[in-house]
Design a protein around this ligand. Structure first.
Ligand code: OAD
Length: 222
Protein backbone atom coordinates (compact mmCIF):
# COMPACT_ATOMS: atom_id res chain seq x y z
CA UNK A 1 0.00 0.00 0.00
CA UNK A 2 1.24 3.49 -0.80
CA UNK A 3 -0.19 6.62 0.81
CA UNK A 4 0.70 9.84 -0.96
CA UNK A 5 0.36 13.54 -0.17
CA UNK A 6 1.05 16.87 -1.80
CA UNK A 7 4.83 16.31 -1.74
CA UNK A 8 4.64 13.68 -4.47
CA UNK A 9 3.36 16.36 -6.84
CA UNK A 10 5.90 18.99 -5.74
CA UNK A 11 8.33 18.00 -8.49
CA UNK A 12 5.52 18.54 -11.02
CA UNK A 13 5.28 22.13 -9.82
CA UNK A 14 2.23 21.75 -7.54
CA UNK A 15 2.67 23.86 -4.41
CA UNK A 16 2.43 21.93 -1.12
CA UNK A 17 0.27 23.18 1.74
CA UNK A 18 2.94 22.82 4.40
CA UNK A 19 6.62 22.00 4.50
CA UNK A 20 9.80 24.04 4.23
CA UNK A 21 8.54 26.13 7.14
CA UNK A 22 5.70 27.62 5.04
CA UNK A 23 1.93 27.36 5.11
CA UNK A 24 -0.09 28.15 1.99
CA UNK A 25 -2.03 31.40 2.05
CA UNK A 26 -4.44 32.69 -0.62
CA UNK A 27 -5.69 36.28 -0.69
CA UNK A 28 -4.50 36.68 2.88
CA UNK A 29 -6.42 33.62 4.08
CA UNK A 30 -4.80 30.44 5.33
CA UNK A 31 -5.67 27.57 2.98
CA UNK A 32 -7.54 25.68 5.69
CA UNK A 33 -9.90 28.63 6.10
CA UNK A 34 -10.73 29.02 2.42
CA UNK A 35 -10.95 25.21 2.09
CA UNK A 36 -13.47 24.84 4.90
CA UNK A 37 -17.08 23.72 5.20
CA UNK A 38 -17.76 27.02 6.96
CA UNK A 39 -16.51 29.01 3.97
CA UNK A 40 -18.61 26.86 1.63
CA UNK A 41 -21.74 27.72 3.62
CA UNK A 42 -20.87 31.42 3.87
CA UNK A 43 -19.23 32.20 0.54
CA UNK A 44 -19.51 29.55 -2.17
CA UNK A 45 -18.21 31.90 -4.92
CA UNK A 46 -14.98 32.46 -2.95
CA UNK A 47 -14.50 28.70 -2.59
CA UNK A 48 -15.00 28.28 -6.34
CA UNK A 49 -12.57 31.10 -7.00
CA UNK A 50 -9.90 29.32 -4.93
CA UNK A 51 -10.45 25.97 -6.60
CA UNK A 52 -10.63 27.58 -10.06
CA UNK A 53 -7.30 29.23 -9.33
CA UNK A 54 -5.80 25.88 -8.32
CA UNK A 55 -7.22 24.14 -11.39
CA UNK A 56 -5.66 26.88 -13.48
CA UNK A 57 -2.28 26.11 -11.93
CA UNK A 58 -2.70 22.40 -12.52
CA UNK A 59 -3.90 22.60 -16.09
CA UNK A 60 -0.43 22.74 -17.59
CA UNK A 61 1.31 20.43 -15.12
CA UNK A 62 2.36 16.86 -15.85
CA UNK A 63 2.97 13.81 -13.68
CA UNK A 64 6.59 13.38 -12.56
CA UNK A 65 8.91 10.39 -12.15
CA UNK A 66 7.37 9.51 -8.77
CA UNK A 67 3.86 9.26 -10.19
CA UNK A 68 5.16 7.11 -13.04
CA UNK A 69 7.12 4.85 -10.67
CA UNK A 70 3.97 4.13 -8.66
CA UNK A 71 2.00 3.35 -11.81
CA UNK A 72 4.69 0.76 -12.60
CA UNK A 73 4.59 -0.70 -9.08
CA UNK A 74 0.91 -1.39 -9.63
CA UNK A 75 1.82 -3.55 -12.62
CA UNK A 76 4.49 -5.40 -10.66
CA UNK A 77 2.72 -6.15 -7.39
CA UNK A 78 -0.46 -8.15 -7.29
CA UNK A 79 -2.30 -6.64 -4.34
CA UNK A 80 -1.13 -3.09 -4.75
CA UNK A 81 -3.26 -0.20 -3.56
CA UNK A 82 -2.56 3.49 -4.07
CA UNK A 83 -4.27 5.79 -1.59
CA UNK A 84 -3.88 9.51 -2.11
CA UNK A 85 -4.80 12.67 -0.27
CA UNK A 86 -4.18 14.61 -3.47
CA UNK A 87 -6.97 16.01 -5.57
CA UNK A 88 -4.80 16.87 -8.58
CA UNK A 89 -5.47 13.72 -10.65
CA UNK A 90 -1.75 13.36 -11.49
CA UNK A 91 -1.61 9.72 -10.35
CA UNK A 92 -4.34 8.84 -12.82
CA UNK A 93 -2.60 10.91 -15.52
CA UNK A 94 0.52 8.77 -14.95
CA UNK A 95 -1.49 5.58 -15.45
CA UNK A 96 -2.41 4.53 -11.90
CA UNK A 97 -5.70 2.69 -11.74
CA UNK A 98 -8.40 2.42 -9.09
CA UNK A 99 -6.77 5.13 -6.98
CA UNK A 100 -8.43 5.60 -3.60
CA UNK A 101 -9.03 9.36 -3.43
CA UNK A 102 -9.46 10.25 0.21
CA UNK A 103 -10.01 13.96 -0.40
CA UNK A 104 -11.87 13.96 -3.72
CA UNK A 105 -10.80 15.36 -7.07
CA UNK A 106 -10.45 18.97 -8.15
CA UNK A 107 -11.63 18.17 -11.68
CA UNK A 108 -15.06 17.12 -10.41
CA UNK A 109 -18.02 19.08 -9.06
CA UNK A 110 -20.85 17.63 -7.03
CA UNK A 111 -24.45 18.66 -6.56
CA UNK A 112 -25.20 18.92 -2.83
CA UNK A 113 -28.92 18.50 -3.58
CA UNK A 114 -29.08 15.49 -5.90
CA UNK A 115 -25.50 14.17 -5.41
CA UNK A 116 -24.78 14.00 -9.16
CA UNK A 117 -21.09 14.35 -10.02
CA UNK A 118 -19.94 16.45 -12.97
CA UNK A 119 -16.65 16.58 -14.84
CA UNK A 120 -15.54 20.20 -14.68
CA UNK A 121 -13.64 19.86 -17.94
CA UNK A 122 -17.00 19.44 -19.62
CA UNK A 123 -18.70 22.35 -17.84
CA UNK A 124 -18.37 25.81 -19.30
CA UNK A 125 -20.66 27.52 -16.95
CA UNK A 126 -18.75 30.53 -15.70
CA UNK A 127 -17.44 30.73 -12.17
CA UNK A 128 -20.55 29.35 -10.41
CA UNK A 129 -21.56 26.16 -12.19
CA UNK A 130 -24.99 24.67 -11.65
CA UNK A 131 -26.28 21.12 -11.80
CA UNK A 132 -27.53 20.07 -15.25
CA UNK A 133 -29.93 17.62 -13.54
CA UNK A 134 -31.63 19.78 -10.91
CA UNK A 135 -30.30 23.30 -11.52
CA UNK A 136 -28.90 23.85 -8.04
CA UNK A 137 -25.43 25.35 -7.52
CA UNK A 138 -22.62 22.81 -7.63
CA UNK A 139 -19.73 22.60 -5.20
CA UNK A 140 -16.21 21.24 -5.75
CA UNK A 141 -16.11 17.45 -5.22
CA UNK A 142 -13.37 17.91 -2.68
CA UNK A 143 -13.31 17.22 1.06
CA UNK A 144 -13.12 20.47 3.00
CA UNK A 145 -11.98 21.03 6.56
CA UNK A 146 -14.87 20.19 8.84
CA UNK A 147 -16.27 17.55 6.46
CA UNK A 148 -16.13 13.79 6.54
CA UNK A 149 -14.38 11.70 3.88
CA UNK A 150 -16.34 10.25 0.95
CA UNK A 151 -18.23 7.12 2.02
CA UNK A 152 -16.18 3.95 1.65
CA UNK A 153 -12.84 5.54 0.71
CA UNK A 154 -11.24 5.52 4.15
CA UNK A 155 -12.74 2.11 4.95
CA UNK A 156 -11.15 0.60 1.82
CA UNK A 157 -7.80 2.15 2.67
CA UNK A 158 -7.98 1.12 6.33
CA UNK A 159 -8.78 -2.47 5.37
CA UNK A 160 -5.71 -2.51 3.14
CA UNK A 161 -3.59 -0.94 5.88
CA UNK A 162 -4.65 -3.78 8.19
CA UNK A 163 -3.57 -6.46 5.74
CA UNK A 164 -0.60 -5.09 3.77
CA UNK A 165 3.01 -6.27 4.20
CA UNK A 166 4.61 -3.03 3.16
CA UNK A 167 3.32 0.51 3.54
CA UNK A 168 5.00 3.47 1.87
CA UNK A 169 4.15 6.99 2.99
CA UNK A 170 5.27 9.49 0.40
CA UNK A 171 5.22 13.28 0.49
CA UNK A 172 2.78 13.91 3.30
CA UNK A 173 3.26 16.01 6.41
CA UNK A 174 1.10 13.38 8.17
CA UNK A 175 -0.87 15.87 10.21
CA UNK A 176 -4.32 15.61 8.63
CA UNK A 177 -6.44 12.81 10.05
CA UNK A 178 -7.87 10.32 9.36
CA UNK A 179 -5.45 9.88 6.40
CA UNK A 180 -2.41 10.25 8.67
CA UNK A 181 -3.70 7.37 10.78
CA UNK A 182 -3.36 4.84 7.95
CA UNK A 183 0.39 4.19 8.35
CA UNK A 184 -0.19 3.75 12.09
CA UNK A 185 -2.87 1.15 11.37
CA UNK A 186 -0.47 -0.61 8.99
CA UNK A 187 2.41 -0.51 11.46
CA UNK A 188 0.27 -1.77 14.34
CA UNK A 189 -0.92 -4.65 12.16
CA UNK A 190 2.68 -5.69 11.43
CA UNK A 191 3.46 -4.04 8.11
CA UNK A 192 6.90 -2.62 7.39
CA UNK A 193 6.37 1.13 7.15
CA UNK A 194 8.66 3.32 5.04
CA UNK A 195 8.48 7.09 4.80
CA UNK A 196 9.82 9.04 1.81
CA UNK A 197 10.09 12.76 2.50
CA UNK A 198 12.84 15.40 2.47
CA UNK A 199 11.70 16.47 5.96
CA UNK A 200 10.86 14.62 9.14
CA UNK A 201 7.18 14.37 10.09
CA UNK A 202 5.27 13.30 13.21
CA UNK A 203 5.20 9.85 11.63
CA UNK A 204 8.96 9.49 11.19
CA UNK A 205 9.61 7.98 14.62
CA UNK A 206 6.90 5.36 14.10
CA UNK A 207 8.32 4.21 10.76
CA UNK A 208 10.58 1.21 10.30
CA UNK A 209 12.58 3.17 7.79
CA UNK A 210 12.80 6.81 6.78
CA UNK A 211 14.26 7.66 3.40
CA UNK A 212 15.15 11.33 3.30
CA UNK A 213 14.82 12.83 -0.15
CA UNK A 214 12.55 13.80 -3.00
CA UNK A 215 9.96 11.30 -4.16
CA UNK A 216 10.90 11.51 -7.84
CA UNK A 217 14.46 10.48 -7.12
CA UNK A 218 13.83 7.93 -4.37
CA UNK A 219 10.91 6.05 -5.91
CA UNK A 220 12.77 5.79 -9.22
CA UNK A 221 15.77 4.30 -7.43
CA UNK A 222 13.60 1.86 -5.50
P1 OAD B 1 1.45 19.00 3.06
O1 OAD B 1 1.62 20.21 2.21
O2 OAD B 1 0.93 19.15 4.43
O3 OAD B 1 2.85 18.23 3.16
C1 OAD B 1 3.67 18.06 2.06
C2 OAD B 1 4.82 17.18 2.46
O4 OAD B 1 5.55 16.86 1.30
C3 OAD B 1 5.79 17.82 3.47
O5 OAD B 1 6.04 16.90 4.52
C4 OAD B 1 7.06 18.04 2.61
O6 OAD B 1 8.24 17.87 3.37
C5 OAD B 1 6.92 16.92 1.60
N1 OAD B 1 7.62 17.15 0.32
C6 OAD B 1 7.94 18.31 -0.29
N2 OAD B 1 8.56 18.08 -1.45
C7 OAD B 1 8.66 16.73 -1.59
C8 OAD B 1 9.21 15.88 -2.60
N3 OAD B 1 9.77 16.36 -3.69
N4 OAD B 1 9.12 14.54 -2.41
C9 OAD B 1 8.53 14.04 -1.29
N5 OAD B 1 8.00 14.80 -0.32
C10 OAD B 1 8.06 16.13 -0.46
O7 OAD B 1 0.54 17.98 2.19
P2 OAD B 1 -0.37 16.77 2.68
O8 OAD B 1 0.30 16.01 3.76
O9 OAD B 1 -0.79 16.06 1.47
O10 OAD B 1 -6.44 18.32 2.29
O11 OAD B 1 -1.59 17.55 3.29
C11 OAD B 1 -2.69 16.82 3.74
C12 OAD B 1 -3.97 17.51 3.40
O12 OAD B 1 -3.95 18.84 3.89
C13 OAD B 1 -4.21 17.69 1.92
O13 OAD B 1 -4.75 16.55 1.30
C14 OAD B 1 -5.16 18.80 1.88
C15 OAD B 1 -4.59 19.70 2.93
O14 OAD B 1 -5.51 20.44 3.58
C16 OAD B 1 -7.53 18.57 1.55
O15 OAD B 1 -7.48 19.14 0.47
C17 OAD B 1 -8.78 18.07 2.15
Amino acid sequence: MVLTGAGISAESGVPTFRGGGNTAVWKGMPFDMISSARMLEGDLPAVWEWFNYRRGLLEKLKPNAAHFALAQWQDRFQDFMLVTQNIDNLHQAAGSRDVVELHGNIWRARCPTCATRHDLRELHDGSLPSCSDCGDPLRPDVVLFGETLPPGAFERAAEKAQSCDLCFVVGTSAVVYPAAGLPEIAGNAGAYVVEVNPERTPLSDLCDEVITGNAGEILTLL
